[in-house]
Design a protein around this ligand. Structure first.
Ligand code: ADP
Ligand code: MG
Length: 316
């Protein structure tokens, strides 16, 4: 008998009010304590997927499918329930901590806020919990009195992680948590996230354009292209012997963890992902694909293979 997964995403579709079909038919599952990496170039729908998990998308975005968090569908939750689930059930660490933190409030108060809203710590105990959280993420407790501009980029990202952990969520989604940081700090923050996730047995979804970073951190990988998962499987297998030509190109583009030369433009892959308002027919990757056949321009490809290891390519 298997226990229900912590997160079970079924046939998720997200279309923005602009008509951009940013996420298309995504199925993903995550067990408690498991770490799933989501890779793909900028514009492939990774952040849209992350935002959809807590219904944080802008008004006008249309969602369909199911997002079962501990068996409960986030997409049909009433507002009160959704508010309870945000922070306490699942929380998101975004890329640019400077934009996510309030510039005019002390960071201790900002870390305290979700705990006060969710009453996960008594008001008298919140300051203590803030100090514990700060120490947990490697910052001195005295930092609670600082304002965001008094911290470095890496320290601010640590504060974001402390906030994300404040209400003991079962799931943490980290969307490019280290992309804005330099390589040394990037490695420290990744180790910190790994360590915290292991200690607290929370599920982690880590999003990055850098497949090497994900392969090093996660148990499983899903590679997204033009709003779809085009390959998924155990992290080492996807990184070292990708099946889909797009996944192959991504892993060739990021040969080493945190390689600064390959952080932005994946080497060896010309062009850009398609505009989600104007997707090419057939396999959406075919215009860039080095091994495309004539039929790829007309035939859409679904994921195939075994449950554990699947790819959406005519060559698989
Ligand atoms: P990624 O995180 O992989 O870079 P995103 O999810 O941010 O990708 O974006 C996927 C697609 O959705 C992009 O084409 C982007 O332009 C579009 N998009 C993102 N946010 C919005 C929005 N608020 N309104 C309309 N389109 C959007
Ligand atoms: Mg993004």
């Amino acid at each position: 008998m298997t226990t229900a997964p912590l997160l079970d995403i079924k046939d998720l579709n997200v279309t923005y009010g602009t008509g951009a079909a940013a996420v298309r038919g995504v199925d993903l599952t995550l067990a408690a304590g498991q770490k799933l990496g989501i890779a793909g170039e900028s514009g492939c729908g990774k952040s849209t997927l992350a935002l959809a998990l807590l219904r944080l998308l802008p008004a006008g975005a249309k969602l369909s499918g199911e997002i079962l968090l501990d068996g409960e569908d986030v997409l049909t939750m009433k507002w009160g329930r959704l508010r309870a689930v945000r922070w306490a059930g699942a929380s998101i660490v975004f890329q640019g901590a400077m934009h996510s933190l309030n510039a005019v409030r002390r960071i201790g108060d900002q870390i305290a806020e979700p705990m006060l809203i969710h009453r996960t710590a008594p008001p008298s105990g919140v300051r203590k919990k803030v100090a514990v959280l700060l120490e947990h993420v490697g910052l001195p407790a005295s930092r609670a009195d600082s304002y965001p501009h008094e911290l470095s980029g890496g320290q601010r990202q640590r504060v974001m992680i402390a906030m994300a952990l404040a209400c003991d969520p079962k799931l943490i989604v980290a969307d490019e948590p280290t992309t804005a940081l330099d390589v040394m700090i990037q490695a420290q923050i990744l180790r910190l996230i790994e360590q915290l996730v292991a200690e607290q047995n929370v599920g982690l979804i880590m999003i990055s354009h850098d497949l090497a970073v994900l392969a090093d951190t996660c148990d499983r990988l899903a590679v997204m292209y033009a709003g779809r998962v085009v390959e998924q499987g155990p992290a080492a297998q996807v990184y070292e012997s990708a099946l889909h030509p797009y996944a192959k190109a991504l892993s060739a583009a990021f040969p080493r963890i945190g390689d600064p030369a390959s952080r932005h433009a994946p080497r060896g892959l010309a062009g850009d992902p398609p505009d989600p308002s104007d997707l090419p027919p057939g396999c959406t990757f075919h215009p860039r694909c080095p091994v495309a056949l004539d039929r790829c321009a007309v035939e859409d490809q679904a994921l195939r293979g075994e449950e554990e290891r699947r790819a959406a390519c005519v060559h698989v």
